[in-house]
Design a protein around this ligand. Structure first.
Ligand SMILES: *Cc1c(COP(=O)(O)O)cnc(C)c1O
Length: 446
């Protein structure tokens, strides 16, 4: 604009003002869309890392609200004395896991670094070649070992590692035995690896720690839901000295890394300067405390969103799809726009977040017919509220397993806002081609 003024050519001030305001407004809007906000997850991926993994339980949110102002983070109210940060939540975690003690850090990656560096610095840690994993985001176990100043002692082969491989590798240089749960891929066929129980039984001396990196941190028996995932309790019971897992995967809580195990090791972890650098903040500890209470009370499926989503029956999800379609059709009639054709499709939800690869849950989604699914998906993402959907085989699909019933109103708001502007825009030119609304087309299952 300045350049235009400097050319000396005549300018229309009002027009220029308008153009500047329009640009400022657009830039402001674009910035507002980048603020952290609630988004509707209709991708069907339960623990979506890009969407913040586990949604928190109401109780966890309430406990965080309690902690936003001053809170008894490191103070014992009864005595007025200083207390250890997160002392209570660590006690609860230990109780839940059946372990002696617990430590909480920023995430499971931090827990891995802390444990290796603190327990086995300058020593060797024995790991099976079948478990030298990359977690994602460049967190690769061999490199983690290097950063943690631990020497990697690989044993076995990619597909089979035996107890005797570990036995042969143990020496005075050994600092620990590590087992890593293959949480983000699976092996099948000619495969074998020892159990934690076997690893705990062969170590010499008996004080040599066995570390179990469980990653997804399941503390609930998922067998009734037809799923199979190793539990933290089982790992502790079978003899792991330190178990590591994430707070925001199957534990269903805030992002954090949880270590449970023997008191001597937990005290050693607490004593390192690293602990101070990796410690969790008060909001995380508050949410974790409430989440752990829910597990301890046996109310996981009732109160934790991740478990509510896991436990939803496909027929209930299908009924919710039908309700959303009916409601959208009603809104379209009221607001005089032509709704797009929508169908209910059977689909598969995923756990995500690097948990239970290859596990699919039967679900149902709404397929919105449109010329450009990509464009509609982009519009839905930038709407208010933002809606994230799935694009498969040139189709736009809203998997409603990950949209809990209390989010349906928000979903309708986002969908109808977008669809009304989009489809009324096209209404005039497209009007003759729009097929008459066919009630069957809204309930078709393929
Ligand atoms: C996910 C995962 C981690 C990392 O956990 P974050 O909490 O994301 O840091 C570590 N180990 C395993 C086996 C995992 O599955």
């Amino acid at each position: 604009m300045r350049r235009r003024i400097l050319t000396g050519l005549p300018i229309d001030v009002a027009e220029m003002q308008h153009a500047i305001l329009t640009e400022i407004h657009a830039a402001f809007q674009a910035d507002q869309r980048r603020t952290m906000q609630h988004v509707i997850n209709a991708t069907g991926v339960l623990l979506h890392t890009n969407l913040g993994r586990a949604p928190l339980a109401d109780k966890a949110v309430e406990r965080m609200r309690q902690a936003v102002a001053y809170t008894n983070l490191e103070l014992e109210l009864e005595s007025g004395k200083r207390s250890r940060r997160g002392a209570r939540v660590c006690e609860l975690l230990a109780e839940l896991a059946g372990a002696e003690d617990a430590v909480v850090v920023n995430n499971c990656a931090a827990a891995t670094m802390l444990v290796l560096n603190c327990i086995a610095s300058a020593k060797e840690v024995i790991v099976s070649r079948g478990q030298l994993v990359e977690i994602g985001g460049g967190f690769r176990l061999p490199e983690v070992f290097e950063s943690a100043n631990v020497r990697l002692r690989e044993v076995g082969t990619t597909n089979r590692t035996y107890v005797r491989d570990y036995e042969a590798a143990i020496s005075e240089m050994t600092g620990a035995i590590l087992r890593v749960h293959r949480s983000n891929f699976f092996q099948t066929g000619f495969v074998a690896e020892p159990t934690i129980e076997e690893l705990a039984s062969i170590r010499r001396p008996k004080s040599l720690p066995v570390i179990d990196d469980l990653g997804s941190g399941c503390v609930v028996d998922l067998a009734p839901l037809g799923l199979c995932e190793p539990t933290v309790q089982n790992s502790v019971q079978k003899g792991a000295d330190l178990c590591l897992f994430s707070g925001d995967k199957l534990f269903g809580g805030p992002q954090c890394g949880i270590v449970v195990g023997k008191k001597i090791w937990m005290e050693q972890l607490r004593g390192t300067p690293f602990m101070r650098a990796l410690r969790a903040d008060k909001l995380t500890l508050a949410a974790l405390e409430a989440t752990t209470e829910i597990h301890l009370a046996g109310r996981s499926v009732q109160q934790l969103p991740v478990y509510q989503m896991l436990a939803r029956r496909p027929e209930d999800i299908r009924a919710q799809c039908a309700r959303v379609i009916n409601e959208l059709t009603r809104i379209a009639e009221r607001d005089h726009f032509q709704p797009p054709a929508m169908r209910i499709l059977e689909c598969q939800s995923e756990i995500g977040g690097g948990s239970m690869p290859g596990v699919h849950l039967s679900s149902f989604g709404i397929c919105v017919e449109c010329e450009s699914p990509e464009n509609l998906a982009a519009d839905l993402r930038s709407g208010a509220p933002a809606i994230l959907c799935r694009l498969t085989q040139d189709r736009l699909l809203l998997d409603l397993r990950t949209v809990l019933p209390h989010e349906v109103d928000d979903l309708l708001l986002g969908l109808s806002g977008n669809i009304s502007s989009r489809f009324s825009r096209q209404e005039t030119p497209l009007a003759p081609q729009v097929p008459p609304s066919n009630p069957d087309s809204t309930t078709e299952i393929s």
